[in-house]
Write a protein that binds this ligand. Structure first.
Ligand SMILES: Nc1ncnc2c1ncn2[C@@H]1O[C@H](COP(=O)(O)OP(=O)(O)OP(=O)(O)O)[C@@H](O)[C@H]1O
Length: 612
């Protein structure tokens, strides 16, 4: 069957995908440049100094908020401790420049090293936690750092350090207004573009996969802990630069701007601005700073007494924003723009190196008496079977038979209680999901796991993570473009292979279920596997979609792929499998050809729940 025919089966409208063609957006293309031009022009205009100082504060806040956009908005890791890292940057420069006369340009780097080391240590300790434990841990160390700053004699206790000098370079004083504005916004804009470039890269796709939990990312070969620590450190470094600027802007430091209240405020700026959007960092910082100042003037006049009433208004605003604008202000704008897409520039890219494939008929997976116990329950009881190159093996059985557990034992999601698993003659039992993926085992998930707001192409390119090597720094400096082109060429090739070539630029979250499952298969193929494990790929598919899926799997098998299929749809299983293993209550009931299985009284009884 030709690709176009398969596409027609997946979605009849796909034969005319003109509506899918992405449109260029003037605002997306020129908007960032326009913002830079406006930011350069602002201090040249006859604005009162008050407004320049306000803009300086907004720029200083943008940096830690940008860190939270990356950490919380994109990576899904909530931190209340961002202000503490601002404090490390501020105190380092204040202490060293006031007490030892060290140049602030040097203390900036010392502060970055100190912050980086502290963040790496704190991150390594806390980022293994998930759920509410992580935010609680960030509150705990934010409080600890705050009280440390407030209790150390050397740091002036709660009075802090006075007499910090302003920034100067070769005798030129930057002061607190227009020239300082240039320094602040140079850092803020460079940081924004660096983060945008980072997110649009191999590392960026791995970071964007973190928020959906680590299982899918690890199965694609992503070292999720390393990436979590990486974005935590990067967010802390941005905060440290902000602290350095803050100290030389305010000319004094004390613990109060670095406490938990400010940590919450930074988080609010990120959420209000649009926590998943880089430009949301500027929007959030700007709106909160300007509102705060205006409310501080307006509210006492309205109420008739002075007090921190703006905090009450902010409290109410947080609740309203979380309820009615959970994705923030920038998302509101972003959704109204044509979606971003990557211009096709990879046609001439070289093909990625491929691993040596097993010969037809070679044993690829050898499962030897594997066992898994959960407390007293033996979920998988001494199961053995083999899959060969160019063969589709079905693993079937009634609900609760132990199929998914077997699948998870083979892919390293669960650890073996007994037995052994060999892949291409090498033991893989006891290895992590990532190590197993590295060896050439790739999988899909029973419940589709993808990054809904990435394009289909980006999701599939994530599957080729292990076939690239460029990291975050290369991405920020745009030294990764050749590798990116090769990764995208491979992603497109695999999408064409499964009949999804018309959907490259579609946002993955917009796909129908059948297309999502094909996306997962293309993503798994991008890893260049020798063994493909498919967990209920037909679940939720319509008849035509199942036919298309069956055709894709048969084609892959004919190309020499070894496929292990856990599936409830007996029509599909009997139609495409070469060999079937039947499980019941964790045990191996029988195995054989589809015809053997269909003839078996034992299998019929197992499914009907009768004695055999
Ligand atoms: N993490 C776990 N802790 C305790 N028991 C578990 C766990 N995972 C699975 N089980 C139990 O192990 C047995 C096998 O479950 P498993 O999900 O592997 O079956 P299955 O054949 O995949 O079922 P289904 O077709 O419904 O997905 C079931 O009794 C299940 O309740």
């Amino acid at each position: 069957m030709k690709t176009t025919e398969m596409e027609a089966l997946v979605n009849p409208s796909s034969l005319a995908p003109a509506g899918n063609a992405p449109r260029k957006s003037l605002l997306r293309t020129w908007g960032p440049l326009a913002l830079v031009v406006v930011l350069i022009a602002l201090p040249l205009l006859p604005l009162p100094d008050f407004w320049i100082i306000q803009l300086n504060y907004i720029g200083i806040y943008t940096l830690p908020v940008l860190g939270l956009v990356l950490l919380t908005g994109v990576g899904g890791l909530t931190s209340f401790g961002q202000a503490a890292f601002v404090g490390i940057g501020a105190y380092t420069t204040a202490y060293l420049s006031v007490n030892y006369g060290i140049s602030p340009w040097l203390t900036l780097f010392i502060g970055l090293v100190l912050t980086g080391v502290s963040a790496a240590l704190i991150g390594a300790l806390t980022l293994r936690m998930s759920g509410h434990y992580l935010p609680l841990a960030t509150i705990a160390w934010a409080l600890s750092l705050y009280y440390l700053m407030g209790n150390l004699d050397a740091l002036g206790k709660y009075d802090g350090i006075l007499g910090v000098k302003g920034l100067s370079l070769f005798g030129f004083e930057f002061g607190q207004q227009r020239a300082f504005y240039g320094v602040v916004w140079a850092f803020a804009i460079v940081a924004c573009f660096a983060v945008i470039r980072l997110l649009d890269s191999r590392s960026g796709r791995a970071i964007r996969a973190l928020a959906g939990g680590s299982q899918m990312a690890e199965a694609m070969g992503v070292n999720t802990l390393r990436f979590k620590i990486g974005i935590f450190v990067l967010a802390a470094l941005l905060a440290s630069i902000s602290g350095w600027l803050f100290a030389h802007f305010q000319r004094t430091v004390n613990p109060s701007p670095f406490g938990i209240k400010m940590g919450i405020e930074y988080l609010f700026m990120a959420v209000l601005g649009g926590s998943g959007h880089v430009w949301g960092a500027i929007a959030g910082s700007g709106v909160v700073k300007l509102l705060e100042d205006q409310l501080q003037v307006l509210l006492p006049k309205l109420i008739g007494t002075s007090g921190n009433y703006e905090l009450i208004v902010f409290g109410i605003m947080i609740v309203l924003v979380l309820k009615y604008l959970p994705d923030g202000l920038w998302n509101f704008i972003d959704q109204r723009l044509p979606r971003p897409f990557r211009a096709v520039d990879w046609q001439d890219a070289p093909a990625l190196p491929a691993r040596g494939k097993p010969a037809a008929g070679e044993v690829v997976l050898d499962v030897q008496a594997i066992r898994k116990t959960f407390g007293g329950l033996v979920a998988v009881n001494d199961i053995s079977f083999q899959t060969r190159a160019g063969q589709i093996v079905g693993l079937i059985g009634p609900n609760g038979a132990g199929k998914s557990t077997t699948f998870n034992l083979v892919t390293g999601v669960l650890s073996l209680s007994g037995g052994a698993v060999q892949f291409r003659g090498q033991p893989i039992g006891g290895l992590s999901a990532r190590q197993i993926a590295e060896r050439g085992v790739s999988r899909t998930f029973q419940h589709v796991k993808m990054v809904a707001d990435m394009t289909v192409l980006e999701n599939v390119a994530l599957g080729a993570h292990l076939r690239g090597g460029k990291g975050a720094v290369s991405a920020m400096l745009r030294l990764d473009r050749n590798e990116e082109r090769a990764l995208f060429k491979e992603a497109e090739r695999q999408l064409q292979r499964v009949g999804m070539g018309a959907y490259l630029h579609e946002t993955a979250g917009n796909l129908a279920m059948g297309q999502q499952r094909l996306l997962e298969i293309a993503r798994a193929l991008c890893a260049d596997p020798a063994l493909l494990l498919l967990d209920e790929p037909a679940a939720g598919l319509r008849h035509k979609e199942k036919e298309a899926l069956g055709q894709v799997l048969r084609t892959l098998r004919d190309e020499g792929m070894s496929i292990l299929l856990v599936e409830h749809d007996m029509g599909l299983v009997m139609d495409i499998c070469d060999h079937i293993v039947v499980m019941e209550f964790g045990t191996h009931l029988m195995e054989g050809s589809p015809a053997d299985v269909q003839r078996s009284d034992k299998v019929r009884a197992a499914y009907l729940g009768t004695e055999h």
